[in-house]
Design a binder for this molecule. Structure first.
Ligand code: GDP
Length: 451
């Protein structure tokens, strides 16, 4: 078992209750030194809350609390764990925390409880990461993806992949023991088939990276268009309150304003911009540069035009229409649509009236469809890998390409095995199966203290 760590696990501030956690070899002893209940801790039933007082060195009562203890390995971390629920005052919580440290616990590092759970085999790395995703989740789908990852879906898929790679590797390695023998054509063909199916599975996991990024960071959405077409009005309408400044005077929205919206359970980071304006004054130049930068990395581009005016009169941003995630919005439909826009309507342009608040539902649906299509969309069993998993699967995919080519060229089995092993190790890193010491720090330092 590990040394004993302590942390305040709830957010720091005034609240009805706060929770402090201890985990490690001496968790019960440390708690016993400050807790006075009906009986000694060792005699109390685990996983049941017990009432008692926290006392300081002079026997003074600091707070009355509820204490629960969990005996290893049946705890979150896999070590002995004690949880203390006290009154949620900042001073009270702090005082108890200091007492725990005074009596032998060490202040936990960020994510250290979950890291122990991983080290003790209570969860794999993907599940540990899911704990953090779950805490950070701000949209329903992000929460769903985190929950499913926490249940081990991604971990299981990775482990199956790894197991299949190991089996294939074993086959290939069997040939290495007989140096004079090449892989016979039938076996070679069968191996190629298995490898191809593994490649497909790695490929479909990689396809979920886009969804993973959208869920974790939000779909970057840029609103662009000439001054006065209704960009600020649209932002206000989407966000539901007067966030940006709406003005009848052209070019008043100078700063980029970011706002996170949830549409159909997905997070959209909406960036209202200074607009695209040829020959704009120097004050607006920085805004325009920012717009161009944002446009280049956007997942969704909403180009707003005044649909009541002739199409020829609109100054559009050239080359946008072919971009992925591009949506043309014909605003001011309450003033009547100019017929020159009809072909655009047929191609999917969206009629909107910010004035009358009409056309928002089709817009929201189009925004969702712009980022949430392809593999996994609408799938109730959702896997959405993060950037780390993506890098691992990418490495595996590359190694598999080389492995498949080597197999096809009937290369020496040693040669094929090198690539298969590399793929296997890369996949193993996803769940933390291989030596991942250096990546552990990077993952767990992003957690909050007490988790
Ligand atoms: P921006 O410069 O593109 O951000 O445009 P604003 O949102 O500031 O709107 C410019 C003007 O157009 C304001 O007077 C709005 O009230 C008006 N406006 C915006 N949307 C509509 C709409 O759908 N219909 C009508 N009739 N006027 C609108």
């Amino acid at each position: 078992m590990h040394d004993t760590i302590a942390a305040i696990s709830t957010a720091f501030g005034e609240a009805a209750i706060s929770v402090l956690r201890l985990s490690g070899e001496h968790a019960l002893q440390v708690a016993q030194r400050v807790f006075k209940g009906k009986r000694v801790l060792e005699a109390l039933e685990p996983r049941v809350q017990h009432f008692g007082n926290i006392v300081d060195g002079e026997g003074g009562v600091v707070d009355s609390v509820l204490l629960t203890h969990f005996r290893a390995p049946a705890s979150y971390t896999g070590d002995d764990v004690v949880e203390i629920s006290c009154h949620g005052g900042i001073l009270v919580t702090r005082r108890i925390f200091e007492l725990l440290l005074h009596h032998g616990a060490r202040a936990a590092e960020a994510g250290e409880f979950t890291q122990r759970a991983f080290v003790n085999g209570k969860m794999d790395l993907t599940q540990a990461e899911a704990v953090m995703d779950l805490i950070h989740a701000q949209s329903e789908l992000a929460l769903k993806a985190a929950t499913q990852q926490l249940e081990g879906r991604l971990g299981k898929e990775s482990e199956h992949l790894r197991a299949d790679l190991i089996e294939l590797l074993a086959h290939v390695e069997a040939y290495i023991d007989f140096p004079d023998e090449d892989i016979d054509p039938d076996t070679g063909a069968a191996m190629q088939k298995r490898l191809a199916s593994i490649q497909l599975r790695v490929g479909s996991l990689l396809d979920t990276a886009h969804h993973g990024r959208i869920l974790r960071s939000g779909a970057r959405t840029v609103i662009c268009g000439e001054p006065n077409v209704g960009k600020s009005s649209l932002l206000n309408l989407l966000s539901g309150f007067d966030r940006a400044i709406v003005s009848a005077e052209a070019g008043t929205t100078r700063d980029t304003i970011e706002e996170v919206l949830h549409i159909h359970g997905l997070p959209f980071v909406l960036v209202d911009t200074a607009g695209i304006r040829e020959g704009a004054g120097s004050i607006e130049q920085s805004g325009i540069d920012r717009t161009n930068r944002e446009m280049a990395r956007a997942d969704v581009i909403l180009e707003v035009v005044d649909g009541s005016l002739p199409r020829d009169a609109a100054r559009r941003v050239p080359g946008l229409e072919d971009r992925r995630g591009y949506l043309l919005i014909l605003n001011k439909s309450d003033l009547g649509l100019h017929p020159s826009w009809l072909p655009d309507v047929e191609r999917g342009a969206i009629l909107l009236s910010c004035e009358n608040q009409e056309g928002l539902d089709p817009l929201r649906a189009a925004m969702r469809d712009a980022v949430w299509t392809g593999a996994g969309a609408g799938n109730s069993h959702m896997v959405a890998i993060n950037a780390r998993h993506q890098a691992c699967f990418q490495r595996a995919a590359e190694a598999l390409v080389h492995g498949a080519a080597a197999l096809k060229r009937n290369e020496a089995p040693e040669f094929v095995a090198v690539f298969l092993r590399e793929a296997m190790e890369a996949v193993g890193e996803v769940t933390g199966r291989v030596d991942v010491e250096e990546i552990l720090g990077a993952i767990f330092s992003r957690f909050c203290i007490g988790k």
